[in-house]
Design a protein around this ligand. Structure first.
Ligand SMILES: [Zn+2]
Ligand SMILES: [Zn+2]
Length: 264
């Protein structure tokens, strides 16, 4: 049975402070209108290199100030938690640590860029970008790419800086019908098992990211097989829409009726 550590919450929401389309205020009002008990705002943390999705560092204070203002306005109607979706690239760990040490309620640990042999590869972008990363960075060897992805995820979890693990198996975003790899292969299951062991050691929560149900793979992150393991081991979960626009808030949460929509 899956245990929801954040009943009634949507734990993963973006705004126009990073790559979302709308204001924090609009996203909060939408969440309240859908009957949620609370939200965690998790815009993409600033990154020390050019990219197309992250908050810029000089706006971090404005982001926090605006979350506090929304929290006041929504008082009594919606709980509003202050968070970030974080990344830890091995070559920039100090940068991430400094940001993680801020006054956050909830931090999500996610991997979007895999660092390998001194270069970065975006693995949850377009399929063309994924295929390019696989060829140029890993010589076409999907096993090496997945190993780098899961090792970086496990190392991130092991820092102990985070409450929630984000889109655990998003390395399979373009793996519809097993076109890149077999998710039941022993080598792949071993990588997942290592990551889940790290999650258990640090007492983290794994999000059920429902955004993937709208991607070509048509699966939550993590998918059903990994979720069954999580349920069997009693690892706590939460529901995350990864909404980038209002209509995506709490998307597909009705598929998880055993997880209450609202706190008891
Ligand atoms: Zn993400
Ligand atoms: Zn996200």
């Amino acid at each position: 049975m899956l245990m929801n550590a954040f009943p009634g919450f949507d734990c993963h929401i973006h705004s126009h402070f990073s790559d979302g389309r709308e204001s924090l205020d609009t996203m909060a009002r939408t969440a309240a209108g859908r009957g949620l008990a609370g939200v965690v705002f998790t815009d993409h943390m600033p990154l020390p290199f050019e990219n197309r999705y992250a908050l810029v560092r000089r706006r971090l204070d404005a982001y926090r100030t605006e979350i506090k203002a929304v929290r006041r306005r929504m008082s009594g109607r919606l709980q509003v938690l202050m968070g970030l979706e974080m990344e830890v690239l091995p070559s920039h760990a100090d940068w991430s640590r400094e940001i993680a040490e801020g006054p956050w309620d909830v931090l999500i640990a996610s991997v979007h860029q895999v660092e390998h042999e001194g270069r970065r590869y975006l693995i949850n972008g377009t399929e063309a970008e994924f295929a390019e990363a696989l060829e140029t960075g890993f010589g076409g060897d999907i096993r090496r790419l997945c190993s780098a992805y899961y090792r970086q995820s496990s190392a991130m979890v092991a820092t102990g800086w985070f409450r929630i693990l984000g889109h655990l198996d998003v390395v399979g975003k373009h793996n519809r019908n097993g076109r890149f790899f077999d998710e039941s292969a022993p080598w792949y299951r071993e990588l997942v098992a290592e990551l889940l062991a790290a999650v258990e050691r640090t007492g983290m929560v794994v999000e059920i990211n429902t955004g993937g149900l709208d991607h070509a793979v048509r699966s939550t992150y993590p998918g059903a097989r990994i979720l069954a393991t999580i349920a069997a081991r009693g690892i706590p979960v939460c529901l995350s829409s990864d909404a980038h626009r209002p209509e995506e808030v709490a998307r597909h949460f009705e598929r998880f009726p055993i997880l209450p929509q609202r706190a008891a």
